[in-house]
Design a protein around this ligand. Structure first.
Ligand SMILES: CC(C)(COP(=O)(O)OP(=O)(O)OC[C@H]1O[C@@H](n2cnc3c(N)ncnc32)[C@H](O)[C@@H]1OP(=O)(O)O)[C@@H](O)C(=O)NCCC(=O)NCCS
Ligand SMILES: [Zn+2]
Length: 252
């Protein structure tokens, strides 16, 4: 088929902003709302506080820039489909941040783990992003028992032992990115969504929820050694992903 402007599929542009907890600065707290500041103050570990403030300041900075509004004026509605379904027991306010007001229509997702903070942004298409630290000391077999399907576990067990921990967190990041794109969160059940083996380009192989999205794109992201990351978008159009360094944006 000849691709003409009429039948060409326009890719969905996704920006993936990377930062780290080392960029935490007291000045960034001013960008957070009262609920976020209270949550920030409750973290006991400095590392948790730093990841949190960088992630929540960054999401306002990138949404503000995309919508042409000052970052401190960006407002979010939080939505968790797990809570709407009654499968998430957490009482405190939480959920996927949806920009409202002047920035409505910009879609975001954020994730933080170890030395990585990541925010994904697209216009008009729901996105989900996840970054995971490859944590060697964890009980991978136990985690795989609830997070992976039987077919995924079989693929994992076919790998050399030394490769299994990295592969497991690759599965986890792909599946959690999908559940964050829909707003389900982990209570959507990592075992309800299946993906292919990590050595091939990422794709969804099954999604066992009655309201699973009709179209989804999934791609791995490069988060550097010791990390696995993935991006999901609820669209049938191809993704055009641009990785961006958030250091300059966060500098105070
Ligand atoms: C977000 C979630 C998927 C897990 O996140 P995580 O791996 O701990 O952390 P990440 O850094 O990757 O993502 C956290 C961000 O996802 C976003 N998020 C929260 N709920 C979300 C949801 N339902 N859908 C999409 N994104 C969500 C928030 O922006 C959150 O940031 P914050 O914690 O700084 O406010 C969430 O479901 C969760 O916290 N689960 C743990 C507890 C739980 O699910 N209990 C229910 C029993 S099954
Ligand atoms: Zn919830």
């Amino acid at each position: 088929m000849t691709v003409t402007p009429e039948n060409a599929v326009t890719p969905v542009e996704c920006d993936v902003w990377w930062a780290g907890p080392d960029l935490a600065d007291p000045g960034l707290l001013e960008l957070l709302d009262a609920h976020e500041r209270a949550r920030h103050a409750r973290f006991r570990a400095a590392a948790d506080r730093d990841r949190y403030v960088v992630a929540h300041a960054l999401v306002r900075l990138v949404v503000g820039a995309a919508a042409g509004v000052p970052p401190a004026g960006v407002e979010f509605a939080l939505r968790c489909r797990g809570c709407e379904r009654g499968t998430d027991p957490r009482p405190e306010p939480h959920g996927k941040p949806y920009p409202v007001g002047a920035a409505a229509g910009v879609q975001v997702s954020l994730s933080h783990s170890g030395d990585r903070v990541v925010v994904a942004l697209a216009r008009g298409v729901e996105v989900g992003v996840d970054v995971e630290t490859v944590a060697g000391a964890r009980d991978i077999e136990g985690l795989a028992g609830f997070a992976l399907t039987a077919a995924e576990r079989a693929d994992l067990e076919a790998l050399p032992v030394a490769d299994r921990t990295g592969a497991f967190f690759g599965y986890w990041a792909r599946k959690e990115a999908l559940l964050k794109a829909t707003g389900d969160g982990l209570s959507g059940g990592l075992g309800n969504v299946a993906v292919n083996a990590p050595d091939a380009p990422a794709r969804v192989t099954a999604w066992n929820l009655p309201d699973a999205p009709p179209h989804v794109r999934l791609t791995d992201l490069d988060a550097g050694p010791g990390y696995r990351a993935a991006l999901a978008a609820l669209t049938d159009a191809p993704l055009s992903v641009t990785a961006r360094d958030a250091a300059a944006l966060l500098a105070r």
